[in-house]
Ligand binder design. Structure first.
Ligand SMILES: Nc1ncnc2c1ncn2[C@@H]1O[C@H](COP(=O)(O)OP(=O)(O)OP(=O)(O)O)[C@@H](O)[C@H]1O
Ligand SMILES: [Mg+2]
Length: 310
């Protein structure tokens, strides 16, 4: 009989380990994190984040049909932040704009298209972007993947899941960036991920966009109940303007705990992609870096992450 691995979270760095229960010595009370070396009591390591599934990586889709709300910025900084915390992270760019590679300053020759079409193996299609952070790049060639999905007689919506499932086992998190609009690849993302993180820029138009997106998502949930809206991330928060507070309050009334601490408007966030650097590298003390670290703490469920003594 096979038993499910025990999920152990390091209380210091948030790294989640899957431990074969049969290999834990009888009477063991302590564990050591393979990522940061921290020794801790097994009793303190109860899983802190409420993952809705069993073994395998957490699959998080960053989605909203409206353009320019901070999807790419969020996907890149969530993935890079999780990697800095010691997790193995795969960032998947499903957008023809291919901006994730640009933001990380890497120029992959191949990516998601070649993996889906089977032209390349996972090892060839995935590029290392940073320590612990790997990228399956997007780009213009994804237009061909959309046509491939359209041409399938059945099961087109599972194309991405079928390509990623053999690859994902090496990772703790798979973060998927999506394109604006609603196309076959967006549908594929919602048939792959378990958790959806929706960035909402604080303007009225985006609130409408969120409602529209959630309607489309609930149509998918009829066929795939495992996908859930987990996080609403207010972006472009600027205290100098009155309207964002009204919209933020409205979001909190409507969606309660799903609403994360906002990401402030921060010019460093708009500058760093041009240097191929994350904001943690480009301006580690900036509001942008602080706010995305807070998001990583929320997603990992580890409030001590990146804090002094944490
Ligand atoms: N909090 C922020 N403060 C200032 N600029 C930001 C912030 N977040 C993102 N930006 C900038 O705003 C622009 C749009 O952000 P981004 O590309 O992340 O949005 P997107 O939702 O991925 O867009 P698209 O829908 O086109 O894919 C980018 O130039 C980005 O650098
Ligand atoms: Mg984008």
């Amino acid at each position: 009989m096979t038993t499910e691995p025990l999920r152990v979270v390091c209380p210091r760095c948030g790294k989640e380990h899957r431990v074969d229960v049969s290999k834990i010595p009888a009477g063991a009370t302590k564990a050591q994190c393979r990522a940061c070396g921290h020794r801790f009591a097994l009793a303190d390591s109860a899983r802190q984040s409420d993952t809705p599934k069993g073994p395998g990586p957490r699959r998080i889709g960053v989605c909203l049909s409206k353009g320019g709300v901070g999807k790419t910025t969020t996907a890149v900084h969530l993935a890079a932040g999780l990697a800095l915390a010691g997790n193995q992270v795969l960032l998947v760019d499903t957008d023809t704009q291919g901006q994730d590679a640009y933001s990380l300053g890497v120029k992959p020759k191949a990516g998601l298209t070649e993996l889906v079409t089977g032209e390349l193996t996972a090892d060839e299609a995935v590029v290392k972007a940073r320590e612990n952070l790997w990228l399956l790049a997007g780009g213009r060639s994804l237009a061909g993947v959309k046509r491939l999905i359209d041409r399938k007689d059945f099961g087109g919506e599972l194309t991405l899941a079928e390509a990623l499932e053999p690859v994902e086992t090496a990772y703790d998190y798979v973060v998927v960036d999506t394109s604006p609009g609603w196309d076959p690849l967006t549908v594929n993302v919602l048939f792959y991920v378990y958790e959806v993180l929706t960035p909402v820029s604080l303007e009225v138009m985006t609130l409408q966009g969120l409602v529209e997106f959630l309607k489309s998502m609930s149509a998918i949930q009829k066929y795939r109940s495992e996908v859930a809206l987990k996080y609403i991330l207010p972006t472009f928060y600027d205290k100098r303007i009155k309207n964002p507070d009204v919209i933020l309050k409205r979001l909190q009334e409507l969606y309660g705990d799903l609403v994360c601490e906002p990401i402030r408007y921060n010019v460093r966030l708009s500058e760093c992609p041009a240097y191929g650097k994350t904001v943690y590298e480009y301006a580690p003390g900036s509001h942008g870096a602080q706010d995305y670290r807070a998001l990583v703490r929320k997603v990992t469920g580890n409030p001590k992450l990146f804090t002094v003594g944490g």
